[in-house]
Design a protein around this ligand. Structure first.
Ligand SMILES: Nc1ncnc2c1ncn2[C@@H]1O[C@H](COP(=O)(O)OP(=O)(O)OP(=O)(O)O)[C@@H](O)[C@H]1O
Ligand SMILES: [Mg+2]
Length: 471
């Protein structure tokens, strides 16, 4: 996390001189740092590896002596630089050797300290190095944000309120449960909560709970040791560990099997996980955001979702209302998507004619914002250079899933199986109609539908994707 100086920021001190090691350890501990120590480069690398393996942590920086037996300071610097997202390295030298200092800087040392060490100088150098590193990472994060804007577009009162609520919730570490229909913007909200909060430069890890087969969910979430079950050929880090320091987005949480729910609850309460096949506890520091489009309260009532987990996740509830109930958002969103499409094609954005605007405002959007986006992108393919007219929209509306509310005849993209031209098409249409009916009968709950049909949840999920039944 990008905090000022977190009291538990670890620093790795490497020196073959026990007195200096001890003096640095006491000084830094007194200043509130966590201190790891090593006698030489080899021991330092081993420590870096073991800490990373056990907890996924890297030190905020490495403070190393230059002259040491085994692997010396420059050798260690070169090896640290090979790590993924390497911590900055400060070298300590006994002699004011300009040539070595220059070489160290060329190899990418963040700073250089001379012996005898002066406490104040050490602390100032460490603090400025940690700060510079933080700024670099934040900069990287900001650039990323510019490249992948997750901007929330919309002028309705509901959307204005949503932006304010996100701003407030982003700075806290409390869990958020986002509910809303398909395509209503749950992921956009989750991304904003992450990007606008203190963890923005740390990982954002998404887990689609509906798409993982039951027997794999535990290992996906918590990782596993080599050989812990058939097919576990290598050690694997799970999503909880991968999100350490950052945000874990548990998408489609309503579809998580009960067994996994119990384990997730325990991990959230203890802030620790164990990999499958390993009894050791690994601390994880994550913020959890969950999302679902199923009626989770009903799932709690029929006991397919644990009440205690629901409470644990629902600390900040965030309900997204369907697009049809915030129609003031439709035109701003449409213009936004037209601009995006134009930017991608390196051209000017098309203007909507008044008739096209009227048509957009009159539709029901069971697939919400995603459906509006797809509609506009599709319409652009056939449209003239500078405008998008109602005929361009109607062409797409006549082809794809209709925009009426789900459950009505018109929304059945598959059509009557008996009108099919071939046997293949007949099978596809029948299958699509079958899954649509079953899904609707279960209120859109994939887990319950899969149970009723006696099929794997992840398998059903693939079918629904194939027939566009999640839109
Ligand atoms: N307010 C918004 N401003 C800009 N883009 C939006 C907004 N809401 C949604 N979108 C866009 O609409 C699409 C669907 O949004 P998103 O994936 O967040 O929905 P979702 O609720 O997670 O859907 P699902 O239930 O299928 O998982 C995305 O392309 C997203 O960028
Ligand atoms: Mg989503």
């Amino acid at each position: 996390m990008s905090q000022e100086k977190s009291p538990k920021t670890p620093i790795l001190v490497v020196d073959d001189d026990g007195d200096i090691r001890l003096a640095l350890e006491m000084l830094l501990q007194y200043e509130g740092y966590e201190v790891w120590t090593a006698r030489d480069g080899v021991q330092a690398l081993a420590r870096l590896d073991s800490e990373f393996e056990a907890t996924g942590r890297r030190p905020a920086l490495v403070l190393t002596d230059l002259k040491m037996p085994e692997l010396d300071g420059l050798g260690l610097l070169a090896r640290v630089k090979e790590l993924e997202s390497p911590p900055p390295v400060i070298l300590i030298s006994g002699h004011a050797d300009v040539a070595v200092a220059v070489e160290a800087m060329q190899l990418g040392a963040a700073n250089f300290l001379e012996k005898p060490l002066v406490d104040n100088r050490v602390l100032v150098t460490i603090e400025s190095t940690v700060l510079a590193e933080r700024l670099t990472r934040e900069n990287r994060g900001l650039r990323r944000q510019l490249e992948h804007p997750w901007e929330i577009i919309g002028e309705s009162v509901a959307t204005q309120l949503l932006r304010e609520q996100i701003q407030q919730a982003a700075s806290s570490d409390a869990s958020v449960l986002i509910t809303g229909e398909n395509g209503s913007g749950k992921e956009v909200v989750a991304r904003n909560l992450h990007l606008r909060g203190p963890r923005s430069t740390e990982p954002f890890v998404t887990v689609n709970c509906a798409a993982i087969p039951d027997e794999l969910i535990e290992s996906e979430l918590f990782g596993h040791e080599k050989g812990s079950f058939t097919g576990a050929h290598n050690r694997r880090i799970g999503h909880f560990e991968a999100a350490h320091g950052g945000t874990l987005f548990l998408d489609e949480i309503g579809d998580m099997p009960l067994g996994a729910q119990a384990k997730v609850l325990r991990a959230l309460e203890t802030h620790e996980i164990s990999r499958v096949g390993d009894h050791r506890c690994i601390p994880v520091n994550i913020r959890v955001i969950a999302a679902t489009n199923v009626d989770i309260q009903a799932a709690v009532e029929d006991k397919s979702f644990r009440l205690d987990l629901f409470y644990r996740l629902n600390v900040i509830p965030q309900r997204l209302i369907p697009l049809r109930e915030r129609r003031e958002d439709i035109l701003p969103l449409a213009e936004h998507f037209l601009e995006l499409a134009a930017a991608r094609a390196g051209r000017r954005a098309r203007q909507l004619t008044p008739e096209a605007q009227e048509r957009l405002l009159s539709l029901e959007y069971p697939g919400n914002v995603r459906q509006l986006k797809n509609l506009l992108e599709g319409a652009c393919v056939f449209a003239e250079e500078s405008v998008l007219d109602v005929q361009d929209l109607d062409r797409i509306l006549g082809m794809g899933p209709a925009m009426s509310a789900p459950g009505t005849e018109a929304s059945c993209r598959d059509g009557d199986p008996f009108d099919a031209e071939s046997f293949e098409e007949f099978k596809d249409r029948s299958e699509a109609a079958f899954f649509r009916r079953k899904l609707e009968a279960n209120g859109g709950n994939i887990k319950r539908t899969a149970e009723q049909l006696g099929m794997q949840r992840s398998h059903l999920y693939k079918k629904l994707d194939r027939y566009g039944l999640r839109n």
